[in-house]
Design a protein around this ligand. Sequence first.
Ligand code: XMP
Length: 305
Amino acid sequence: MVDTGKFIDTAIQEIKTAAGNDKVVMALSGGVDSSVCAALAARAIGDRLIPIYIDTGLMRKGETDRVRTLFGNIHLQVVDAADEFFSCLKGITDPEAKRKAIGERFIRVFEREAKKQGAKCLLQGTIYPDRIESEGGIKSHHNVGGMPLLMEFSRLIEPIRDLYKDEVREVAGALGLPTEIQHRMPFPGPGLAVRVLGEVTPEKVAVVRQANWIVEDELVEQYHPWQCFAALIGLGTGVKGDNRIHGWIVAIRAVNSRDGMTADPLDIPFSELTRIGSRITADIPRVARVVYDITAKPPATIEYE
Ligand code: XMP
């Protein structure tokens, strides 16, 4: 565990020194990692921090508005890039190619926006497990650091690079960030795209977004899982009303973990699961079937792609 007070002082000093008199840009997703970095940097350099939120169209329901509200007091730049992301994902079915396409697009959009700001420094919310998994080649895109930036930044600042997720949460608490951010579940950089098997289309993303919202609504407050979500894992036959349909199969994933490197499925009462399944099929016409994922990590990963 970290000494949060000491950590915060050191991180603020580090950011001040690295930034000098320059502007600093960062990609702010609204997750705990980037939010902690933004809060530290805002304390260190005030208005010279320029956080950029990129709406990839692959975010959770209500996410963009939430981030806009939460960070309305700092100079947040919100960029709507959904169309760009969907067009670059057209026809791509391979999971790695999807991740690469999203990572690549993210970097290009970020660069374009950062250039407009004339910033020399880049701040990133990389945490310790990100570095380990990236170095081991497990992830091809974790955040902005996963792909080469064409743009030249004179300095890269990674104030939480040595922290585990639970330590980042402690720091969030010590910084006085809202508990909603402090306890926010991890959400992958490529967003809902890694929760849709095969090609990513606006229709599939809309279905998984709604199913995901229901899963979070049902499980987060009651079970406090480390992470829970819905994924779209294929098509199957079902009967809705008087019709047979070929509809989506939604998987519910809920796990406990310390740092995402290993995870155990949550023990949710069967009656609860069937009730959540009924809510999803009733609410989303094109969903024919709901399953619960009982696999630990390893051998399964937490996300589906
Ligand atoms: P996996 O699926 O590898 O996930 O067991 C472990 C943790 O990492 C998150 N995750 C990602 N985060 N970019 C991210 O920023 C990614 O590409 C990515 N893939 C997985 C996942 O949500 C879980 O918390």
